[in-house]
Design a protein around this ligand. Structure first.
Ligand code: FES
Length: 234
């Protein structure tokens, strides 16, 4: 079938403003949008810039705005998209070229919440691995699924408007450790997330939950972090 696409293009060396360009490629209904973008890049215009790696919804490189909605190009099938398919870069991060944005502000927020296991300083060094019950593991299971694609953070109107807001993905990754029974850094992270740029900026718009390609209950995780910050109930 013919697949018509409108792709936002921007070359900082030539263009003042981003603009749409139209393409038509041949694709099977069960092919993914990423396949169509590859056909443009490989056979029509090699200058098209986009990020992708695994092609299977694991690496999180190819989040983009597809027909107005944040999604991974490798997880969206052509048959499910209204044509012409509009493809734009994710919003709220500096545009570098075509579908590629500068991810550094996003990763700065991620690093700020210390996304690693922190030893409890009051606890004696264990002589064997830290045991965790299935129930304790279940407590943060949902937020372990994050692939850092930024679909949630860049769908959030608070993030678009306030560059200081740490964003949903950083809070999701803080949740993953705050509710881990082996972690001793909960208070540290909750202090960071109670700051002006932290979790209380969230206005429960739910865009993040709708955008997450892994089905993480992002808004719920943010609410749990807020409650923990208020009541230290983690
Ligand atoms: S290319 Fe890896 S998630 Fe889509």
């Amino acid at each position: 079938m013919d697949v018509r696409l409108k792709v936002l293009r921007f070359n900082p060396e030539k263009d003042d403003q981003p603009h749409f360009e139209n393409y038509t490629v041949q694709a099977e209904p069960m092919e993914r949008l990423l396949d169509c973008l590859h056909k443009i890049k490989w056979y029509q215009d090699g200058s098209l810039a986009l990020r992708r790696s695994c092609g299977h919804g694991i690496c999180g490189s190819d989040a983009m705005v597809i027909n107005g909605v944040n999604a991974l190009a490798c997880k969206v099938l052509v048959k499910d998209l209204k044509q012409p398919i509009t493809v734009e870069p994710i919003r709220g991060l500096p545009l570098q070229k075509d579908l590629v944005v500068d991810m550094e502000p996003f990763f700065a927020g991620y690093r700020a919440v210390k996304p690693w296991l922190i030893e409890d300083k009051d606890e004696k060094e264990p002589q064997r691995e830290r045991i965790q019950s299935p129930e304790e593991r279940e407590r943060f299971d949902d937020t372990t699924k994050c692939i850092l694609c930024a679909a949630c953070t860049t769908s959030c109107p608070i993030f678009w408007a306030d560059k200081e807001y740490i964003g949903p993905a950083a809070i999701v990754n803080a949740h993953r450790f705050i509710f881990d029974s082996r972690d001793g850094g909960g208070n540290e992270r909750l202090e960071i997330l109670s700051s002006r740029s932290g979790a209380f900026k969230c206005r429960t718009v739910f865009n993040c939950t709708a955008a997450c390609p892994r089905g993480i209950k992002v808004t719920q995780a943010i609410q749990e972090v807020k409650r923990a910050a208020l009541f230290q109930s983690f």
